[in-house]
Design a protein around this ligand. Sequence first.
Ligand code: URA
Length: 249
Amino acid sequence: MALPEEELLRIDDMATLERVVKGCTRCRLRAGCRGVVFGDGNPRARVMLIGEGPGADEDRLGRPFVGRAGQLLDRILAACGFERQRHVYIANIVKCRPPGNRTPTPDERAACLPNLRAQMRLVNPVIVVLLGSTALQALIDPAARITRARGRWIEKDGVWYMPTYHPAALLRNPSLKREAWHDFKLVIDKYRELVDPDHYSPHHPPTAMREAAPAAEAASRAEPGTGAMPAPGQGLAGTPEPGAGPGGL
Ligand code: URA
């Protein structure tokens, strides 16, 4: 059973919305997956991250971004100083795994959008990170290209959207990590501007601190992984990764 969008938008707590969305049969995807992957994180977070749809691991475990792409996303969040259960709320454009991890079709995205809109209304984020072209196209512009749109803020109805590459794209092409880290640094800056001026990121100190302590920063660069800004190519786990960006992604 699927409620009409007006009724979904009247639900005013996340637990009830989750129960209702778990009974959704708006499209054919529900018949081919184990279960609905609703969302994860803090429903009161000011930052929301939106991916494409669950993969095999997410379908099995019932939580978004828990496979390899999710592990990379967790490392990116840690570099930003964001904890999954505290600073962000994570959801997908479609909540049921498309067979064989194919990209969800436009009608599947459209069918699931009321569920996401209801979730976004409850979280009421000020910053939304769009992970990949499916999220960008479903929420901003069906003709948009992630390669062109990434790294630039889109303000819509008082919400700041940052399109960036999907973590799965970063796994396929590690040379994109440099641009992705650039985009996440903009997210950290915006978070400091709009939410918490004192927000701590281990890899992106506030501008004032970077300007006040250039010598300390230079020293931290010289000793990879120990300072505020790890050296280019240094992975977050301390293992150099091919093509890793300056954030150590
Ligand atoms: N990719 C996504 O877009 N979402 C997930 O939850 C996992 C992988």
